[in-house]
Design a protein around this ligand. Structure first.
Ligand code: NAI
Ligand code: MG
Length: 506
């Protein structure tokens, strides 16, 4: 056996029987409760980022498949047991999905680690667990989505009695397009609130990572949802994704991905005046204040960028360090980076795993080269690791400044840009000096700093003494070009319901 196939069989043997069985044959798409092939008969390959080898073939949906999926979702929305199901019955179905994810958690974590490349233990503890919690939290909502009774005064009909109230109704058929960095978690964030609200769904997973969405589709069938409520069509963005965005029978598009594609989607959706919510890129600042506890801030800043290989929309990719701590923080970060073991995610000891694809590998390596050329000092990492798989060393670029490409653009890899500052007002300006506004973190022990600085930061989430902490109760979304709409919490229900006013004349 050559090294590559040796590696491949070693990875496969790290899988349990269920995961191995799932990838042992081509996977189809879920339309109207049936597993079907693409009408074109086409398939695409999903790859293992640790080796570049093929995991299995996936049916490749295009406009024709999107059309049948949307028709199924429309029929289920208008005229199926789902349309008249009581809120408590919807709650039970959502709880059932959570239970089924939990029962199959190890298999899902393995499939996620294989398809995305990430650490299997982290996938279990974060991706899969958060998916379970998301379905459970959202399962609580159907019986609690209420309208208001309105005290009407109708000035031009003072002698008439009116009774006014509002209903919160599902928006209808929703198209959901998700990325590859947290494949199952993104399914849960999108599907659970849409289902809690009574919508029906056509979801397109990312072409890089379709496996866990398709396994979730099986669990949704097992849970007993009526046919057509959830449809899952794997395929590419410019074909399946674009067709979903353009389809006349889709009422809403929810998208997570690049700002570039978010703009394309918002423009395309305007033609049919769809509701749109966009969760886009970021270049989130982490600000170490002069009074910070550096024993907390240094490992915190490292994990803010290195978690999930930096493939996190709110990753702390710009770090601001006060002059007096600059050398100590850089040294601590470099030490931290050097301790992270690099290797395939199916071995849970490996803390830096491959990037998702060769495209992302090339993108990230290109940014590191640009950073070097623009004068950044590479104080840790900076190289690809190995010749198979898409591994990049955890990389720290010091002495960066606002005009550098690596500071302005989202890299989406394990690459931290460190900038120094000497004045608090200056660092707030520097932190906000970006087209993005997704997350930010402040590292300080001074409550006055928190109270004064948090309102000045233009970001949808501000963390204090932590970063990348997301909770299903906490709304998440962007300012500026990081998008609009808030996922999670009770705010997300705004995305999947609309208000109907009712006025009755007595
Ligand atoms: P992308 O934005 O192209 O892909 C995300 C999803 O959108 C995928 O499902 C894709 O098939 C779909 N898509 C692509 N073009 C589409 C179109 N014209 N119409 C409808 N759907 C479309 O992101 P990509 O290419 O995977 O990554 C490129 C960069 O985007 C990354 O380097 C990173 O900077 C950023 N990104 C940000 C994410 C986030 O969570 N904010 C997630 C993934 C990528
Ligand atoms: Mg793309």
């Amino acid at each position: 056996m050559d090294a590559a196939s040796d590696n491949k069989s070693a990875l496969k043997s790290a899988l349990g029987d269920k995961a191995r069985q799932f990838i042992s044959r081509p996977r189809q798409m879920l339309i109207n409760g049936q597993w079907v092939e693409a009408l074109s008969g086409k398939t695409f390959q999903t790859l293992d980022p640790a080796t570049g080898s093929v995991i299995t073939e996936i049916s490749e949906g295009d406009a024709a498949d999107i059309d049948r999926a949307v028709k199924a979702a429309r029929a289920a929305y208008e005229d199926s047991p789902w349309a008249t199901m009581t809120p408590s019955a919807r709650e039970r179905l959502l709880h059932r999905v959570a239970d089924l994810i939990e029962e199959n958690a190890d298999e899902l974590a393995e499939l996620e680690a294989l398809d995305n490349g990430k650490n299997k233990a982290i996938a279990r503890a974060v991706d899969i667990q958060v998916a379970i919690e998301t379905f459970r939290y959202m399962a609580g909502w159907p019986s609690k989505i209420t309208g208001d009774v309105l005290p009407l005064s109708v000035p031009f009909a003072p002698d008439q009695k009116f009774f006014g109230y509002t209903l919160r109704e599902p928006v209808g058929v929703v198209g959901q397009i998700i990325p590859w960095n947290f494949p199952l978690l993104m399914c849960a964030w999108k599907m659970a609130p849409a289902l809690a609200s009574g919508c029906t769904i056509v979801l397109k997973p990312a072409e890089e990572t379709p496996l866990t969405a398709l396994r979730l589709g099986e669990l949704i069938c097992e849970a007993g949802f009526p046919d057509g409520v959830v449809n899952i069509v794997p395929g590419f963005g410019h074909t399946a994704g674009a067709a979903l965005t353009a389809h006349e029978e889709v009422d809403k598009i929810a998208f997570t991905g690049s700002t570039e594609v978010g703009k394309i989607i918002a423009k395309a959706a305007a033609d049919t005046m769809k509701n749109v919510s966009l969760e886009l890129g970021g270049k989130s600042p982490a600000i170490i204040m002069p009074d910070a506890d550096l024993d907390v801030a240094i490992p915190g800043a490292a994990s803010a960028i290195f978690f999930n290989q930096g493939q996190v929309c709110c990753a702390g990719s710009r770090l601001f360090v006060p002059d007096q701590h600059y050398d100590r923080v850089l040294e601590g970060l470099a030490d931290n980076a050097s301790t992270l073991r690099i290797g395939p995610g199916l071995d849970p000891e490996n803390m830096i795993n491959p990037l998702v694809s060769e495209t992302q590998l090339n993108r990230v390596m290109n940014y590191i080269d640009i950073g070097r050329r623009e004068g950044a000092s590479v104080i840790a990492g900076g190289r690809r690791r190995g010749e198979t798989g898409y591994f990049v060393e955890p990389t720290i670029l010091a002495d960066t400044h606002r005009d550098m490409t690596v500071v302005r653009e989202e890299i989406f890899g394990p690459v931290l840009c460190v900038q120094r500052y000497n004045d608090v007002n200056e660092v707030i300006r520097m932190a906000n000096d970006t087209i993005y506004g997704l997350g930010a973190s402040l590292w300080t022990r001074d409550v006055g700093n928190i109270i004064n600085i948090v309102p000045k930061i233009k970001a949808g989430t501000v963390w204090v003494n932590c970063h990348n902490i997301l909770d299903v109760a906490m709304p998440f979304g962007g300012f500026k070009q990081s998008g609009y709409g808030r996922e999670l919490g009770k705010e997300v229900l705004e995305l999947y319901t609309h208000t109907k006013s009712v006025c009755i004349m007595a």
